[in-house]
Design a protein around this ligand. Structure first.
Ligand code: ME8
Length: 665
């Protein structure tokens, strides 16, 4: 049985979808669509795609309390938004799991009993540091000191000291098991992530928390037989992948959806690798269940190098807002873009310019153009009916031309596309499919059907060329349909081959079809419109909701940079010579700085914390090579560094005197 079970992380309900969660979900959707299409003719084949929501934990409990509504009401509200967004984005998941569903409570109870029966659950008096953002206990050496407080290095928020009696899971017992598991080829991909996990496990493991005391965290699944405790949110969350297949017993018996477990692939980003690659297989082993087949860990999407994250307004990229502006047909452009632009393992920086560029060049100029030219010429020269292409004769002419252009047979291209989808490499799959598209655009340019059409004697050649183009479009539509289901459907409709949707290319040879009128599938977006949209979407005016991150909301760490990148930043000592309020603004101060070689003007959003008089004569750290920007009519030449997120807490300072202009590094 060619089974394929793919999961996304279940997302926290402390935010609605953004481009980061969209990315993982679209990749999983495309992989599932590929597997369905590739094995459409195999009745025994099964594909299952699961996504859903992680609804328990302190983070959610606090947001609901702040909102003054019940946790469940809050979760229901966000769940509806997730589901509506995924539908709009053409996400065809087979199941949507929510950890507040009763089927999940049952599975968690059963797994807990199994962990206990294996002797892996024990109680301990525990004192430790807890980060609500991560929903995780942190060791002393995992936190950093900031402003005299211990803070989580990821969320930059104070960790909470917790002293309670907790249940613990005996993770160290599974060290050897895990190390052996990591030797299984492809269990953790990419290889760099496998190495990272392996060295973490080799470094030694500690028991992990398996519960929280109910008086501290009420919003969770009660520990079986001990209602004073709730199951720790990560243990609860990971089990979702088993719940959705019918629970541990169904998996053990290999019954129904349980049979899919041996084909399970967890798609995640690197922030949650340790939970999936270390804790989860150990828990499964303890519960008497086999590990998933594989874990694929992708990188972060960033904006200007910062991880796209719910709580950083400057990184906010909202797929819904983009589609609301550009129409439902743009969903496929967005899906295509994220799948084609980034190679799945690494990080990738998002820009709207690159999105528009690919929409216009790959989709409009390559794919759309081939469709448009082929369908309109075929209609004009041959009429709507394109009969099946018979072998031999003029077909050979087109074939020869094509091979010369594509450099390979369509079947070789198809094999490459298949290999790439199988290897979780959507970008390479799409790139390969594009070879077929580009080769046929070139075929049209070289064979000049408009010239052939003038000579009745060359009609067979004309038919051959245009049917080749129809067939290449049909193949390309089928091979890229996992990424662009709606565009693929429309292309097949115009070719008169809608019935092929959801199948996979078989023999090369146009099977015949009645063409519809040519219509643009990827409408052009005027440059001016693009520019005004980019300006609007990139304006970093914090949204009201994001201005004050909710308790526990994530403050993601910026992506890692190399020292060379850091060296591009020109930080200097500067002295404040003058300071005044910016008219009609509560937040902004205008500072005149001595930066050693000259005076510079900087507008800074620190008026909520500092009076102008506080600052004159102070030394600050100044970012000198930031592109100048006009803020409230004042040209700001750079910025000064300050601590704090939405609200400024403190200004940068030096602990000794250094003259203005001195480099800071
Ligand atoms: O961690 N780039 O939920 P979460 C790429 N509930 N992917 C990103 C991303 C970015 N900038 N930002 C988010 C949790 N993601 C837990 C999971 S699973 C048993 C429990 C994606 O809402 C990526 O898949 O914080 C990442 O792993 C996930 O969202 C984190 O989602």
């Amino acid at each position: 049985m060619a089974a394929f079970y793919v999961t996304t992380p279940i997302y926290y309900v402390n935010a609605v979808p953004h481009l980061g969660t969209f990315y993982t979900t679209v990749v999983a959707d495309a992989l599932a669509r590929y597997h369905r299409a590739r094995h459409h003719d195999d009745k025994t084949s099964r594909t299952y795609f699961l996504t859903g929501l992680d609804e328990h934990g302190l983070k959610i409990q606090r947001i609901a309390a702040e909102r003054g509504i019940s946790e469940q009401a809050y979760c229901d509200e966000v769940a509806a938004q997730f589901q509506a967004t995924w539908r709009q984005m053409e996400i065809a998941n087979d199941d949507f799991i929510r950890t507040t569903q009763s089927r999940h409570t049952e599975a968690v109870n059963e797994i807990w009993r199994r962990l206990k029966a294996s002797g892996d659950i024990e109680t301990r008096e525990y004192e430790g540091l807890y980060c609500v953002g991560c929903e995780e206990f942190k060791a002393e050496d995992e936190v950093i000191e900031e402003g005299g407080e211990k803070v989580c290095p990821i969320h930059r928020k104070p960790v909470e000291r917790v002293k309670e009696k907790n249940y613990f899971f005996n993770l160290p017992r599974y060290q050897d098991y895990l190390l052996e598991l990591y030797q299984k080829p492809g269990f953790i991909r990419p290889e760099s992530r496998r190495n990272e996990v392996e060295s973490f496990v080799r470094g030694g493991l500690k028991p992990i928390s398996a519960s929280r005391i109910k008086s501290a965290v009420g919003w969770g699944i009660p520990v079986p037989d001990d209602p004073e405790h709730v199951v720790y949110v990560w243990i609860d969350a990971l089990i979702n992948y088993v719940t959705a297949l019918g629970g541990p017993a169904a998996i053990e018996r290999g019954e129904g959806n349980g049979a899919l477990w041996s084909a399970a692939h967890h798609l995640i980003a690197k922030d949650i690798l340790r939970f999936h690659a270390v804790y989860w297989p150990a828990m499964l082993k303890s519960a008497g269940l086999p590990p998933p087949k594989g874990i694929f860990c992708h990188g972060y999407l960033t904006v200007k190098g910062q991880k796209i994250s719910k709580s950083i307004p400057a990184t906010r990229v909202d797929p819904k807002a983009i589609v609301a502006e550009l129409g439902d047909s743009f969903v496929d452009s967005l899906r295509y873009f994220v799948l084609r632009e980034y190679s799945l393992g690494g990080d990738g920086d998002f820009t709207y310019e690159a999105l528009f560029q690919r929409h216009e060049s790959d989709l409009g100029n390559d794919f759309g153009n081939l469709l448009n030219r082929t369908v309109s010429m075929a209609q004009r020269y041959l009429g709507p009916v394109m009969p099946a292409l018979v072998a031999g004769g003029a077909r050979g002419v087109a074939q020869a031309l094509l091979q010369q252009d594509a450099g390979r047979e369509p079947k070789e291209i198809r094999a490459e596309v298949e290999k790439a989808w199988e290897a979780f490499e959507p970008s390479r799959a799409l790139e390969a499919a594009w070879r077929l598209i580009r080769a046929h655009n070139k075929l049209i340019e070289d064979a000049k059907p408009w010239a052939l059409a003038k000579d009745p004697g060359r009609r067979p050649e004309l038919v051959a060329i245009l049917s080749h183009c129809c067939e290449s479009l049909r193949w390309a539509a089928l091979m890229v349909a996992p990424a662009m289901p709606v565009a693929a459907k429309e292309i097949l409709r115009q070719l008169g081959r809608e019935q092929d949707l959801g199948t996979w290319p078989g023999e090369w040879g146009w099977p015949g079809g009645t063409l519809a009128q040519a219509q643009p599938v990827f409408p052009r977006i005027e440059l001016e419109r693009q520019a005004s949209l980019v300006a609007r979407w990139m304006s970093v005016e914090p949204a009201p909701a994001a201005a004050k991150p909710a308790a526990g909301a994530e403050l993601a760490p910026p992506a890692e940079i190399a020292i060379d990148d850091f060296m591009k930043i020109d930080l200097r000592v500067a002295k404040v010579l003058a300071c005044e309020k910016v008219p009609k603004s509560d937040k902004l101060l205008k500072l005149t700085l001595d930066v050693g070689t000259e005076q510079r003007t900087v507008v800074s959003g620190i008026a909520g914390t500092y009076e102008p008089g506080d600052l004159v004569g102070r030394t600050v750290i100044y970012l000198a090579n930031l592109k100048a920007a006009k803020i409230r009519g004042v040209i700001s030449q750079g910025m000064i560094l300050a601590a704090g997120d939405a609200d400024v807490l403190a200004l940068s300072a030096l602990d000794r005197n250094a003259p203005p202009g001195t480099r800071v590094r």
